[in-house]
Design a protein around this ligand. Structure first.
Ligand code: PGA
Length: 260
């Protein structure tokens, strides 16, 4: 079975207490995580120290939803990579469409953050995806490949193996989102893989997990993971209850091992 990545972004949900409860449920079930599955959760900043402490030693990774590119400085309201690594954070989500849409992030700030994360030994989880208008003009491939190319500008072939990508079409995310057709997502994942391959070489390109995100749920998760260039899923709402997330994890193992 190919390695599988399953993660959830909590967005601005869960207090510290709610986060602890979730993390404790995952910790108790950590022995049931199937081999070859990388599981990660991305809580809000305030919950990170507690969640990270609870999950230490379980193999379940903890990520942050954002960070500044500087290690410190006059940047009121921001969180630095040093602050994240100090508490054992391994992954940092960069350029989620909500950050781009509401907080002015763009491909160039995403690139600065990616380079900084790598310098600080954090794994950037770079989010890309086209808005509905680009899709309606049929330019989604150009749009997303441009995002990927700028995000990875200045990244070396060696550093590439520390990067994760999430393809999340903007029109598929959240309550009003419609999940992409698995074949549509697969085409985009294939184009991204080809672009990485021509820039960094095929072998290096294979090391980058490309996750799909956008209205993933227990019903459609299997259809995405059966696509050969979809290495994992980045899940929002459907994984905000620990038991729901665990059910998806267990179910994916069942479905994928039935295929092999
Ligand atoms: P959703 O969120 O699964 O609730 O659509 C996905 C995301 O924003 O990463």
């Amino acid at each position: 079975m190919k390695p599988i990545y399953l993660g959830t972004n909590w967005k601005m949900h869960k207090t510290i207490r709610e986060s602890e409860q979730y993390a404790n449920v995952l910790k108790e079930a950590s022995g049931t995580i199937p081999e070859g599955f990388t599981i990660f959760i991305i809580p809000p900043f305030l919950s990170l120290p507690r969640v990270s402490a609870i999950l230490t030693g379980t193999g379940i990774k903890v990520g942050a939803q954002n960070m500044h590119w500087e290690p410190q400085g006059a940047f009121t309201g921001e969180v630095s990579p040093l602050m994240l690594t100090e508490i054992g954070i391994e992954i940092v989500e960069i350029g989620h469409s909500e950050r781009r849409q509401y907080f002015g992030e763009n491909d160039f700030t995403v690139n600065k953050k990616v380079l900084s994360a790598l310098r600080h030994r954090l794994t950037p989880l770079v989010c890309v995806g086209e808005p509905a208008i680009e899709k309606s003009y049929g330019v989604q491939k150009e749009y997303v490949l441009r995002q990927v190319r700028i995000a990875l500008h200045g990244v070396s072939a060696e550093e590439l193996s520390n990067i994760m990508l999430a393809y999340e079409p903007v029109w598929s995310i959240g309550e009003s989102g419609v999940p992409a057709e698995p074949a549509y997502a697969e085409s985009m994942h294939t184009w991204i893989r080809e672009a990485l391959s021509s820039q960094f070489g095929g072998e290096k390109a294979e090391t980058v997990p490309i996750l799909y995100g956008g209205s993933v749920n227990s019903e459609n998760a299997g259809a995405f993971l059966r696509q050969s260039h979809i290495d994992g899923l980045f899940i929002g709402r459907a994984a905000w209850e620990a038991r729901d997330f665990l059910r998806i994890i267990w179910d994916m193992e069942k479905q994928l091992s039935a295929m092999t």
